[in-house]
Structure formats: C-alpha cells, structure tokens
Design a protein around this ligand. Structure first.
Ligand code: C5P
Length: 398
C-alpha cells in the first residue's frame, strides 16, 4: 500500500461518512489518496473534511477550469493504481454498467485503466431490484470487483442487504486488488463447472440445464482471496471470471482428463453437472430420420469424477474434496447416501426442483464430518463467498 495511488469516488449515500475512515486507513498505510466527490456525495460529506484527510484538493467538477488545469480528468483516472467507488450508489452502478460519462466521477471511471472496486450501499429493495442486479452482473463481467454490501439495519429503518462494507474490509480488499497476498495465495484450487454435452451424432447431444453460474461465482471468490484456480468448464455462456486458468471441455470424459491433468491441487470443488451416461458408440455421421423407424440408443456410464478423485491415495488426493448434490426430491436423504458413495469431505446439497438451475439463487445444506449445516436461500455469489470463506478456514487451519 505504501506509495500506491488510490482514487476514491464518493457517491451520494449516508455511508459516505465511512469513506472518511477509509481514506484515513489508506493514508496511515502510506498511500496517496485523491478523492472525487459527486454532487450528491457532497450532500453527505464536505469537501473540507475530505481534503483535510487526503491533503489534496477534492475533485468535483468535470468542467472546472482550475481542476482541469491542476489534474485533468484523464490524468486523475490514469495516475491511480486503484479506483474505489465507496459508497457505490444504485445510480452510479447503473451509469458505470452503461458506460455513461456525464460528470467527473463517471468520466474517471470510464477513462481509467486501473482496477476498479465498488462498495455498494443502498436501500435493500433498491439492491434487490432486478435492474441493480442486472447492472451488477454487467459490472462483474467487466472485471469490476465488489465488496459487500453487508446485511443489517439500514438508515432508512429497514433490514437487509444494502449496508456498505466496513472500511477495514474495503481496505483489505484493496490490498488484495493491489497484489498483496490473500489468505489463499499459494494454494491451487481445482474446480469443475457447467454442464457436459454428450454426443449422439456430430450434430446432436444430450445436455442438462446447468448454467455454470454457481461455479463461476465460486471461481471469482477464490481468485479474490488469492488462489490459483484451474477452472474446468463445460459449454456455458456465463462470462469467464478474470484471473483464472480456464480449460473448456464438452464431454464428461474430457472433463475427467482435464481434472487429472490439473492435479495436484490443495482442494477440488466439483460444481459441474456431469452427465451420468453417454451414448454408447455415438455415430460419426448424422442420424437420418426414416419413416416409421424410431432410433434407440444404448448408454454406458461416464466416469464419476468426484468419486474417482475422492478415492485417490492420500499423497495424490486434494486435502479437501467438495461435491454438490443437485436433487429434486428427498434432497437430504439422497445427499446423505451420495456423500457416503462419493466419499468426499463436504457435500453441498441443493434442491433444484425450482429455478435453481440457471437461476440467481441457491439453497444449500452442507454435509460434512461436523454434521449438517443448512444455509438460508442466497444469491449464488453469496453462496460462493460463504463456501470460499469456510474452505479458506479449513485449508489454512489444517
Ligand atoms: O451423482 P450426481 O451427479 O448427483 O453427483 C453430483 C456430484 O458429483 C457433483 O459434485 C458433480 O460435479 C459430481 N459428478 C462428477 N462426475 C460425474 C457425475 C457427478 O464429478 N460423472
């Protein structure tokens, strides 16, 4: 952090007062801080208090001649090692997601080539609104990092997700973004994600509804904590998280080969929905439709990747093997037998009878040697954060 240059963009929200503490933490760590205050941000904190902490003028206007002469908006965006938006309001997020640049803050954000972190803060309904979540997905796909929001009481009297993350949490995320080691630095995590496609003939295949969203969220959370991630994914359209080693495959057999090639690993997370069977002797030419004749196929079993990796001898086996159990009925009962059959360390059981496959939310029960831990229904990104936090504790305490 020492000698680094941080540009902090302060949006208009009650949480803006916490940004003063954040500036203090950066300054204490030896960083230079330049602050851009939006016009609504100035309704909550004054330029004078910010300037007293940064020791620099506060930048407020795109068309201010003095500001442009001292430090033009392009220079302001380019001189930063890291740009942090705290608080990131729903409005700022929407503008960023759409590339608007109609004031100094949004212009800096569009012109910067530095990593950008946002710390959202808003009313829980605004946070949960489909438009905000759509904008968030677009920002994350653009490689923008997010810290929080936290759950708790809000200034407006409601309760839920929307409180800005605490300054010390934003500060440590900034350290990681600037290349400081994270808790998983030096660890190699291997994971699978998405569906597999099992060919029937060169143009047809058997697939499933897995979108790969949960796997992508887990990979992003692992990278955030400094892990080296081998991400083996079936065909998906979700964006590839930044900073990972992606290996694209189609079939279960290819996925298994890629997993074996990526070993050794400290932990393995098998989030892919792997086809249990494939068509025995898939045709080399397209199957023709013939009048009155229906095709029939014989199937053979695919390799069970999770069970095979769990069964490796100790020296070759990742220290922690995590599987998923997507079930539509008797979820826990099936998951319990599956955990024994697959012999993995943690099994995350989830009910996929609703719109979990392809949807934004997931409801997990973790089965481990500590017992059964039911989690509330959560956004897949929050599931990923919670899983990676527990995995970090397990790997770093062992
Ligand atoms: O048996 P089932 O498909 O329900 O098991 C789910 C778990 O096993 C998931 O973690 C999935 O990634 C993994 N699996 C696998 N190889 C298979 C089938 C499932 O790794 N052939």
């Amino acid at each position: 952090m020492n000698g680094k240059s941080i540009t902090i963009i302060i949006g208009g929200g009650i949480a803006a007062y916490k940004s003063l503490e954040l500036i203090r933490l950066f300054k204490k760590a030896g960083a230079g801080v330049r602050a851009v205050l939006t016009s609504s941000g100035a309704e909550f904190v004054t330029p004078l208090s910010i300037s007293a902490l940064t020791g620099e003028p506060v930048y407020q206007n795109l068309f201010d001649l003095d500001d442009e002469a001292n430090m033009g908006h392009i220079q302001l965006s380019r001189s930063a090692d890291l740009v942090i938006v705290a608080p990131a309001t729903a409005d700022l997020m929407a503008k960023m997601a759409h590339g608007l640049a109609n004031d100094l803050a949004t212009t800096v954000l569009l012109a910067t080539d530095a990593p950008v972190l946002i710390a959202p803060a808003m009313n829980v309904r605004m946070w949960e609104h489909a438009a905000t979540q759509r904008n968030l997905s677009a920002l994350e796909a653009d490689g923008i990092g997010r810290i929080g929001p936290d759950e708790g009481d809000m200034a407006c009297g409601e309760f839920g997700f929307g409180r800005m993350a605490e300054p010390d949490v934003i500060f440590s995320a900034a350290q990681t973004a600037l290349g400081a080691p994270g808790p998983l630095t030096g660890k190699h995590i291997l994971m699978t994600s998405g569906p597999t496609h099992e060919p029937i003939d060169p143009v047809r295949y058997i697939a499933n509804r897995s979108s790969g969203r949960q796997g992508a969220a887990i990979a992003a959370a692992l990278v955030k904590r400094g892990a080296r991630v081998s991400y083996i994914t079936g065909p998906v359209t979700v964006p590839t998280p930044k900073g990972i080693d992606e290996i694209r495959v189609e079939t279960a057999k290819q996925m298994f080969d890629a997993v074996k090639a990526a070993l050794p690993a400290d932990a393995a997370i098998f989030a892919a929905a792997v086809a249990d069977w494939r068509v025995d002797c898939a045709g080399d030419t397209k199957l023709k439709k013939e009048k009155g004749a229906l095709p029939s196929f014989s199937f053979c079993e695919n390799p069970d990747i999770l069970a095979s990796i769990s069964a490796l001898p100790k020296a070759e086996r990742p220290a922690l093997v995590v599987g998923f159990a997507a079930e539509t009925d008797n979820v826990l009962q099936n998951a319990r037998t599956k955990k024994i059959r697959k012999n993995c360390d943690w099994l995350l059981a989830n009910d996929v009878s609703g719109d979990v496959m392809g949807g934004a939310n997931n409801q997990i029960t973790v089965l481990s040697d500590k017992g059964e831990d039911p989690w509330p229904i959560m956004d897949k990104k929050d599931v990923a954060t919670r899983l990676v936090k527990q995995l970090t504790e397990a790997l770093t305490n062992s």
